[in-house]
Design a protein around this ligand. Structure first.
Ligand code: NAI
Length: 331
């Protein structure tokens, strides 16, 4: 199995090289450029390509992959909303992903954002570096005895519920299905959750139904000036409405690992550019907002699990065993 690996970073190469050392039947060529209509032809002659969460796997790219006889796309991530699944099935291309490499990695990042934004750690870090030891503007809020509202209680949301319970919080949740492994969680309607939560954290996937689920109406229901955290997908939130809500002082703090404009930023170094009217620049102008660049997954443990499962997926596909691994197959 020869794989062309798009959009390689140093940390990808390190974890995949460690995993490849255990197998002789898989080779990977690491390619810096991400996949696009221009770079798709580089995959000619390979058996599979490996791509990431923001890679362009739209219909035109899928069509070109089919033309050069690629039969397998290995996603080294859980999310697949960047892939035209229907077109891939029509073209006979299988897509395998890594459904749950380390839910705790993302949940721990979500609580890190809640704490950093809620305790103004991002501000105090910069102030102390500038020898400014004044505490003015740094007052935070306790999480202990407050209510955490978790939207989506799958693998990551469940880990977040456990963390919040550990902080001594009451945990309420909204999901289309209830998770039976969380007896301490009280399931409520979305409206009740929005009204009663001091911390709101999103952990559901982006679907037609969940698109812009946080908008001016849902923000209007948040009665407790919550800390709001999104580590799930940017388009779950209507960013213009979020910015308006922050301006109107509806949030105590906001922590975002994902946001609608992220595709042009994520994993890029744009430090020499003027961001002009960008959503990112506007969000960062608020003292109670902290943004990270889709790094929720980025721990040593998660990277090791991603490389292990991706290479296992490749080997199973080559051995014709994919049907035994339906759970990894995107439908
Ligand atoms: P999961 O599939 O285990 O859980 C998702 C949960 O959301 C399920 O319980 C499902 O019933 C629920 N759900 C679906 N639609 C809903 C809706 N409209 N309202 C409320 N709940 C709904 O997924 P997992 O592994 O927990 O991941 C959650 C999300 O986290 C992913 O979809 C992805 O967008 C994001 N993610 C972010 C990462 C990062 O680095 N920031 C890394 C990995 C995932």
């Amino acid at each position: 199995m020869n794989i062309l690996f798009y959009d390689t970073t140093t940390y990808d190469k390190k974890s995949f090289d460690e995993e490849l050392a255990k197998h002789t039947d898989v080779t990977i060529t690491f390619q810096e450029a991400d996949i696009s209509e221009k770079t798709v032809s580089l995959a000619k002659g390979y058996d599979a390509i490996c791509a990431f969460v923001n890679s362009d796997l739209s219909a035109p790219v899928i069509d070109k992959l089919a033309e050069i006889d690629i039969k397998l796309i290995l996603l080294r991530c859980a999310g697949f909303n960047n892939v035209d699944i229907k077109r891939a099935s029509e073209k006979g291309i299988t897509i395998l992903r890594v459904p749950g490499y380390s839910p705790e990695a993302v949940a721990e990042h979500a609580i890190a954002l809640a704490l950093a934004a809620g305790r103004r750690i991002h501000k105090s870090y910069i102030k102390v570096r500038e020898n400014n030891f004044s505490l003015v503007g740094l007052t935070g809020v306790n999480l202990y005895k407050k209510t955490a509202g978790i939207i989506g209680t799958g693998k990551i949301g469940a880990a977040m519920c456990r963390i919040c319970q550990g902080f001594g919080m009451k945990v309420i949740a909204y999901d289309v299905y209830q998770n039976k492994d969380l007896p301490f969680v009280e399931y409520v309607s979305l409206n009740e959750l929005l009204e009663n939560s001091d911390l709101i954290s999103l952990h559901c996937p982006l679907t037609e139904e969940s698109y812009h689920m946080i908008n001016k109406d849902s923000i209007g229901m948040m009665k407790k000036r919550p800390i709001f955290v999104n580590t799930s997908r940017g388009a779950l939130v209507d960013t213009e409405d979020l910015i308006k809500g922050i301006r109107e002082n509806k949030f105590f703090a906001v922590g975002l690992d994902v946001y609608e404009e992220e595709a042009i930023n994520v994993f890029e170094n744009r430090e020499d550019e003027l961001l002009e009217h960008s959503v990112t620049a506007r969000l960062l102008s608020f003292p109670n907002v902290i943004i990270t660049s889709h790094q929720g997954f980025l721990t040593n443990e998660a990277l090791a699990a991603i490389s292990e499962v991706t290479i296992r997926n490749a080997r199973n596909f080559a051995a014709g065993n994919v049907k035994d691994y339906e759970a990894n197959q995107v439908k």
